[in-house]
Ligand binder design. Sequence first.
Ligand SMILES: [Fe+2]
Length: 418
Amino acid sequence: MAPDDTDAHGRAEAITAHNPFSGNRLGFDAPSVVDARVEGRTVIVTYADSTRNTFHHQWLRHSCYSEVSGSPADGIRFTTAISFDSDIAPTSVAALDGDLAIVWNDGHTSLFGSDWLRHHAYDTAGRARRASWRPTTWRAELADHFPTVSWENACDGGEGQLRLYRTLLDYGIVCVSGLGTEPEQTEALANLLGPIHETTVYGYIYDVRAEPVAKLGAKTGMPQAPHIDDAFAYSPPGIDVFHCLHNTDIGGMSTYVDGFAIAESIRAEAPEAHELLTTVPIQHIRRHPDEIDLRFRGPLISLDEWGNTRGIRYFDRAMAPLDVDPDLVEPMYDAIREYNRRMVDPAFVAEIRVSPGDGMLIDNHRVMHGRTAFDPSSGRHIRLCHVPRDEFHGRWRELARRLAPADHDLHLPQGSLT
Ligand SMILES: [Fe+2]
């Protein structure tokens, strides 16, 4: 798409009207650029606090979000990796009113705000900062001080909502108190995080209650061991949204386990099992005869590029027969037991009774959920739906950008491998 394409520009203007131009600026307070100089194929920038960053010419040219270049903010982008040659170079660089100003040898000009440069710097410190997010892992004692945000605060569009998001990010679970027992509140709670993800197994919103003809174990009074929902799906549900309409006083306790805490425990205490669980695929399956046969192969524990846990995928009731090298069958069973033993160990399981009118948000790629048995005639009724994790993380970044900008670009765990 060329910048002088009249038709393209007509459409572009309609879109940019809804996305005010921001260029290479974030709008944060940051020390000004006070000096800039070329060294080899890079530009070295010095800020008012005497710190420096180095940026490659190509990186700066490709990252220019001028009105002519376009911006990822609205997806209208004219500059691509083949818009310039690898030897693109500045004809001049300068500190201009606290910004970095560059005139390029292809005639283009760029202006970079110091806040944008510092936030995107890819030196060791900058990369370490963006990779610094860590989960707050927990064990059974979470039940004594369960992370909770009131519904009134959660939907305030400001600090309360940010606290809800941050708690869910850090703990992988948060209770929303005072949601109410009106069924429509299930969707209202889900929509705080994003649109509902409809699936064949659960539909749009799923009623977890005992029914005479149950298609899933959830619709009985049987106990449910901790599990990840739909571990057999290519994209398993992201955030479980539970809404308790009616509970029972006998049984029906909710059980939660932090899969990230288990993964770290195995890494420390059984490193050979950790190696197998992060590299050898297991397979999950869900088949409803004459309807659907869902399958996924992948590791039980997924790691990110830094070796940190990014996701858990384990649902023993839905595990297919192991399909691995015969030499790995017995070591894999030993490794899976390392996980399963901890998953049901009272030291790891936080058990609480969810009150009617309360909601529970759970990161389904991290925190496993289950329940103890209950009387099927008790009327226990929980509504359930799912929201994709990327929709939630996307909303968190935009709210954080407004209220806690230093954190908004941290790399978050992207979930189990898909
Ligand atoms: Fe479940």
